[in-house]
Design a protein around this ligand. Structure first.
Ligand SMILES: *Cc1c(COP(=O)(O)O)cnc(C)c1O
Length: 464
């Protein structure tokens, strides 16, 4: 069993994190050059999303290895990818090939996971607002469900009586361990909308009693981390989850809770190419805070999203015009709020690295000049970056918004009826030639599709 790391190990790990980052940056540069040279990005398609398939593979392997090395052999572990982070069928399919399941939170995400071939036993349904129909479908299929609250548990009572319990069932608790640096993403605040608020008066006793009365509740769930939440605080939430499972099992006099679903929420480094913290660092933090989790007495479910995908995505956009206002240079590009919604609306919380390339796809060089990188949407705040020092961007250049593989270009926002961009996975020739191949992950939305989706079938609906 892996027993924590020596200092030499840590130096190696830091070294390899830097190497891994440099390798990823190299692949990205070659992919950008190939996308420009091959016309993947063009006037017809002035913004595209790129996914680094090798990077996704590395992250999936890193996740599995980090937990495997820390757990006794044979401990059941399901890594369920939080589909909301990249709701693209080929991505979920690739992850499935890499031994990763799906965490879904809506009928759409469930359908998407099924289209990707994720088996029911590798699927987990969480969401704060499941309808009875959704619950019925999940239970009929045998998909794991985490009930969010007491009313949902009452619905499960009725459905279990009717359909039986093929599905592993649990309750989501909010350990109320506190807020990270981004309020809107902090899941474990005292007033979070998610789960059962464990520290509220009487609630812990209610949970223990609820399990005592329902022998079919065999899981406990918490998702206490997210971007901006320190590892220690996330691990503290999992320690609370573990303590509660022990209490339930003690009261039951048996291992009623056999699986802990520890959620996702590992923060991502948006400041450089390094994966820090990585999954191994998270496992170390968990092992410090909750050693009992690694004794093999509980099966584990994880639900990582951002940390699996974010660093492997790049938005590439053409620079249509450059201008200057109030002495500040502005590059007007085709990537803005429609592909980087969080960054545009909450730039302080979600700064993105921007890389500038010339019209041949070579990195632009030159003295950094503070400039704005603007999007195409018709509102003043549609900026990918403000006052950012970059080599002076010129008309016809291409800009890349980095680390956008999760919650960015896959999460289209239809402002100004801007189309959903195409998404392409890139790989290099395994023979080592570094020839880049692109595979279509999502076709770009057409103008005809936009019109159809905008009610064209009901054109006269509002006429008298
Ligand atoms: C969003 C979410 C996740 C994934 O969170 P990341 O920060 O992307 O890892 C996992 N579980 C639940 C319940 C979620 O809502």
């Amino acid at each position: 069993m892996h027993m924590g790391r020596t200092e030499t190990d840590m130096t190696d790990i830091r070294g390899s994190a830097a190497d891994r980052g440099a390798a990823a940056a190299g692949r990205r540069h070659r992919a950008v050059r190939a996308a420009v040279a091959g016309g993947l990005i063009s006037d017809e398609q002035p913004v595209v999303g790129l996914l680094d398939v090798a990077g996704i593979r590395e992250s999936a392997a890193a996740l599995r290895t980090a937990f495997e090395e820390a757990l006794p052999p044979g401990t059941p572990v399901l890594h369920a990818f939080a589909v909301k982070a990249s709701p693209l069928v080929p991505v979920v399919r690739l992850l499935r090939e890499l031994g990763i399941g799906a965490e879904v939170a809506s009928p759409g995400e469930l359908a998407l996971a099924r289209a990707a071939g994720v088996p029911v036993e590798a699927t987990v349904l969480d969401s704060p607002a499941k309808t009875t129909a959704e619950l019925r479908e999940a239970l009929s299929l045998g998909i794991a469900v985490n009930a969010d609250n007491a009313q949902e548990l009452a619905r499960l009572d009725a459905l279990v009586a009717e359909l039986g319990t093929r599905s592993p069932l649990g309750v989501r608790v909010n350990p109320q361990t506190g807020t990270g640096s981004i309020g809107a993403l902090s899941t474990a605040t005292s007033t979070s909308k998610f789960g059962v608020a464990l520290r509220d008066p009487g609630v812990r006793e209610w949970v223990v009693e609820a399990y005592a009365r329902r022998p079919w509740l065999t899981r406990l769930h918490a998702h206490s981390g997210s971007q901006g939440v320190p590892l220690k605080l996330i691990a503290e939430g999992i320690a609370v989850l573990y303590g509660l499972a022990e209490e339930i099992n003690e009261a039951a006099g048996r291992r009623q809770v056999d699986t802990l679903d520890i959620g996702g929420g590992l923060p991502v480094n948006f400041a450089s190419d390094e994966h820090t913290p990585d999954f191994a660092a998270y496992v170390d933090a968990l092992r410090d805070a909750v050693p009992g989790l690694f004794e093999g007495r509980y099966g584990l479910v994880t639900e990582f999203g951002r940390s699996l995908l974010a660093k492997h995505g790049t938005v590439l956009a053409k620079v249509e015009y450059t201008k200057s206002a109030g002495a500040r240079p502005i590059a007007v590009t085709h990537a803005g709020v429609q592909v980087a919604t969080r960054t545009v609306y909450a730039p302080e919380s979600w700064p993105l690295r921007i890389a500038a390339y010339d019209a041949e796809g070579e990195p632009r060089t030159g003295e950094p000049v503070a400039q704005d990188v603007a999007g195409p949407a018709c509102f003043a705040g549609d900026l990918l970056a403000t006052d950012r020092p970059l080599p002076l961007i010129q008309q016809g250049d291409v800009v890349a918004a980095l680390d956008t593989g999760a919650y960015y270009f896959a999460h289209h926002y239809a402002y100004n009826s801007l189309p959903r961009p195409g998404v392409y996975g890139f790989t290099e020739d395994p023979a080592g030639s570094q020839d880049v191949r692109f595979a279509t992950v999502r076709t770009p939305q057409t103008v005809e599709e936009i019109v159809t989706e905008s009610g064209a079938a009901h054109t006269d609906a509002l006429l008298p």
